[in-house]
Design a protein around this ligand. Structure first.
Ligand code: ARG
Length: 463
């Protein structure tokens, strides 16, 4: 078994089972770039502060750069016997440059090192995910722009309720995804501070320039308490909950896609290239991308629960339990990163059956509220208007027709106040377009909401 960097006080070799159990390189190798960049900044500062010599500083930085290049060009592979990525990199360095390599860890601990690495990794992932989220929003905005006048029923309790437009419906999701982008910005702002200098738990006696390290790494500040610096994983929890909330949104839209693409609804049809078939039923075309997205939400929530449970009840400061944060957060990142391109592509290529949507909005008495409102505007109290409208609906159900099919005499039988203008007042277009209140579905209101969303998106992404 390989020699340990910490084996000075030990009299026996680590048991193989313990070695396997303890080792994290099989998953934390992913942090290699962030680990090396953190070390380059740390070593540069050590040399600037004369804590190590300038010559050693140069050797270390060059050595680390070469290791990074060698990993990226697949010239070296991760040694599965290395305890973790931090030990692996330091070991590689010392093998290459000798004693200077052994000076890298001056004034540092793996505890502050790993906290830094995860922050750098997650900050990078936040940017990647935001790029994908922006694409998703832009895809929906294009769909919305093309469907400003596509009327369909809005639902409550999954029962037809009031007519809205497909643009309005899809814009609800843009609002959710814009909040997701903004939540990630908030999360990044809080994450953006360097824990280096916290040491193992109690800081260090070396006169480190913590701010210059943070600066070199593009971080905006430094942590204020060494115990918190090494034991805080709020940023992992926050990021995992942001991804969970995002998956709630994806899952809800998935459910709608699945319903809408059923033959019963037939509001949309998914493109063949974003659907899958059945091994037995030749006619089948299944919305697997939406179903997987709905299902994978569970994985992301599961990781959040793992992380919360790992962290609860841990005494200060670092505990090895915290090594368990990595696989959970990596799985969430991978799930979201594979979900987004498939999901966005599915939306971009789907066909919208505007006629079917309109037909559904014409049935189900989605204009019954507008009929009541028409009566209110003619002076009838809302409660009475509600009842008259309800009776007219019942009459239509009995006669198997829609409100707009009734003759003016039928209307007058229920309320003499109703006149010929009723037909325009309760047409689907009027129902939608009279709802020009901010946040409503009127064609022009949604057009404005779309242009506002483009502005919001630009400012959130620039942020
Ligand atoms: N692999 C460890 C982790 O991921 C790094 C920190 C180890 N620190 C220690 N004191 N053993 O948490």
């Amino acid at each position: 078994m390989s020699k340990k960097m910490w084996d000075g006080r030990f009299t026996k070799e680590t048991d193989k089972a313990v070695n396997d159990y303890n080792s994290s390189i099989s998953f934390d190798y992913r942090l290699y770039k962030h680990d090396i960049n953190g070390s380059i900044a740390h070593a540069t500062m050590l040399a600037e502060k004369n804590i190590i010599s300038k010559e050693d500083g140069i050797l270390i930085v060059d050595g680390l750069r070469q290791i990074l290049a060698d990993i990226e060009n697949a010239k070296i592979t991760f040694n599965p016997n290395a305890e973790d990525i931090h030990m692996f990199v330091e070991d590689q360095l010392t093998k290459r440059i000798g004693d200077a390599g052994k000076r890298l860890h001056t004034g540092r601990s793996r505890n502050d090192q790993v906290a830094l690495d995860i922050k750098l990794y997650l900050l990078e992932q936040i940017e990647n995910i935001q790029v994908q989220l922006e694409l998703l929003c832009r895809t929906i905005l294009v769909i919305a722009s093309k469907n400003l006048t596509t009327i369909l029923p809005g639902y409550t309790h999954l029962q037809r309720a009031q007519p809205i437009t497909f643009a309005h419906h899809m814009m609800a999701y843009v609002e959710m995804f814009l909040r997701d982008i903004s939540r990630l910005n908030d999360c990044a702002d809080r994450m953006n501070i360097s824990p280096l200098g916290s040491g193992a738990l109690a800081g260090t006696t070396y006169d480190l320039d913590r701010k210059s390290v943070a600066n070199m790494l593009g971080l905006s500040g430094i942590t204020d308490n060494s115990l918190d610096g090494v034991s805080d994983r709020d940023y992992v929890l926050e990021f995992a909950s942001n991804l969970s909330i995002f998956m709630v949104h994806i899952s809800r839209l998935s459910e709608e896609i699945i319903l809408w693409s059923s033959q019963e609804f037939s509001f949309i049809e998914l493109d063949d290239s974003f659907s899958t078939g059945s091994s037995i039923m030749p006619q089948k075309k299944n919305p697997d991308v939406a179903e997987l997205s709905r299902g994978k939400a569970g994985r992301v929530f599961g990781s959040l629960m793992t992380l919360l449970t790992v962290m609860k009840g841990l005494p200060l400061a670092y505990n090895k339990d915290m090594q368990e944060d990595k696989e959970a957060i990596f799985d969430s990142v991978d799930t979201v990163n594979t979900c987004l391109p498939a999901f966005t592509g599915m939306l971009r290529t789907m066909t919208i059956h505007t006629e079917r949507m309109r037909q559904a909005a014409s049935g189900g008495f989605t204009n019954a509220t507008d009929l009541a409102d028409y009566l209110v505007k003619k002076g009838i109290p809302f409660r009475d208007a509600h009842e008259i409208s309800g009776k007219l609906v019942r009459h239509c159900i009995f006669n198997n027709c829609a409100l707009l099919d009734l003759s003016i005499d039928d209307f007058k039988y229920f309320s003499p106040i109703i006149s010929d203008d009723i037909y325009n007042a309760i047409s689907l277009e009027t129902c939608v377009n009279e709802r020009k209140i901010v946040g409503g579905p009127a064609f022009d209101t949604v057009k404005k909401a779309i242009s506002d969303a483009y502005t919001k998106l630009d400012s959130l992404i620039k942020n």
